[in-house]
Write a protein that binds this ligand. Structure first.
Ligand code: GRF
Length: 203
């Protein structure tokens, strides 16, 4: 199977997935890394791994639709089985999401449905939750929603700051996203008719 990974910045989740594919832990090929900016450190790293990279400066487009059209055209050059959003900081139009329905995946740094949107770690600390984490889910037109594929849970510690909590969650992201990528590559992840996720071989 072939993945295209979309990033906006450092792309540490992308790097974890690329490394899982290179080590053979995940039987898939990362055909391209596409960024929502002309240049990002994640693109430089991916290019160093011999992966095709495309930088689309969203600021260069007159509308969200125009950006999404260019993004879709870039993605379709590689004909991927799955499109993985990894630290991708753009809201995608419903038309784009529908185009990739069932094969568009995202990771969000909270235990959805808790804390959608930004600043999830500050939200978690402000709310006083004792468990926090990250969620890998199918993307639907509703932001930070969509059928949940996997979640990773981390404790909130009494002296946590948004930064220390973010680092603990990010480390967990680097565990569960490659795990999901491996399941996707094995063709084990299915969306049921009632929009639930079924993973073959996982009871
Ligand atoms: C991080 O905040 C992560 O929690 C979220 O996106 C941001 C950047 O991730 N998924 P990455 O290092 O670019 O993968």
């Amino acid at each position: 199977p072939r993945f295209v990974i979309l990033i906006s910045g450092q792309g540490s989740n992308m790097q974890a997935i690329v490394q899982a594919c290179q080590s053979g832990a995940c039987n898939a090929e990362v055909a391209a890394v596409i960024a929502s900016r002309a240049e990002t450190s994640g693109m430089v790293w991916a290019a160093g791994q011999g992966i095709e990279t495309i930088g689309l400066a969203h600021t260069a487009y007159p509308s969200r639709d125009a950006f999404d059209e260019s993004l879709a055209a870039s993605i379709d050059l590689f004909d991927p089985d799955y499109v993985l959003l990894a630290g991708f900081m753009r809201v995608l139009t419903p038309r784009f999401v529908e185009r990739y329905a069932g094969r568009l995946i995202n990771i969000h740094p909270s235990l959805l449905p808790a804390f959608p949107g930004l600043h999830t770690h500050a939200q978690a600390l402000a709310t006083g939750v004792q468990a926090h984490g990250c969620t890998v889910h199918f993307v639907t037109p509703v932001l930070d929603h969509g059928p949940i594929i996997a979640q990773g849970v981390v404790p909130v510690l009494c002296d946590d700051t948004p930064e220390t909590l973010a680092a603990r969650v990010l480390s967990m992201e680097h565990t569960i996203y490659p795990q999901v990528a491996c399941w996707l590559a094995q063709g084990r992840v299915h969306l049921t008719s009632d929009q639930r996720v079924q993973i073959d071989g996982v009871t």
